[in-house]
Write a protein that binds this ligand. Structure first.
Ligand code: FAD
Length: 116
């Protein structure tokens, strides 16, 4: 059978990318080495130029400049990512996410066990 998978539109790209960014933050060390910290800073900086939606990348660079990513712990990095995403949710008129639940959503699964 032939599949007809198509290039990602701006929303599919965003959804998939947030999956990577939040999962990466969720799995970042609690006590990162200076190498860990250097790598994640470099990644996010390069990401903010390479993200293949030009206006999104430009907007994200400005936000990162205003509030640089804290790379000193999993918790601080995950909370920062959540705040960045919420800023974009707000700009797009979407519901805000409760950042207290970010580890459940992206690392541990929900407390009711629904993620298996
Ligand atoms: P998404 O916003 O993609 O979220 C996916 C899932 O993440 C949600 O279902 C929820 O479970 C979870 N989630 C939601 N909010 C949070 C949060 N704060 N913290 C943790 N988890 C959360 N689109 C534009 O139209 N204009 C832009 O300028 C733009 N800039 C973007 C910049 C970046 C860096 C990225 C990654 C995406 C950008 N997007 C932009 C895309 C946009 O953010 C959404 O991904 C897209 O609109 C699809 O939205 P969605 O409703 O499917 O959920």
């Amino acid at each position: 059978t032939t599949t007809h998978e198509c290039p990602l539109d701006i929303n599919e790209l965003g959804r998939n990318t947030w999956g990577l960014l939040h999962t990466m933050a969720a799995n970042y060390p609690d006590q990162p080495t200076s190498d860990d910290q250097h790598r994640v800073k470099q990644f996010l900086s390069a990401f903010s130029f390479l993200y293949p939606c030009e206006m999104c990348a430009y907007d994200f660079r400005k936000r990162m400049h205003k509030e640089p990513p804290p790379t000193d712990s999993q918790s601080n990095l995950s909370q920062w990512m959540c705040r960045m995403h919420n800023q974009i949710n707000q700009m797009l008129g979407k519901e805000l996410f409760d950042c207290k639940k970010v580890d459940e959503r992206w690392r541990d699964g929900w407390k009711d066990g629904s993620c298996g």
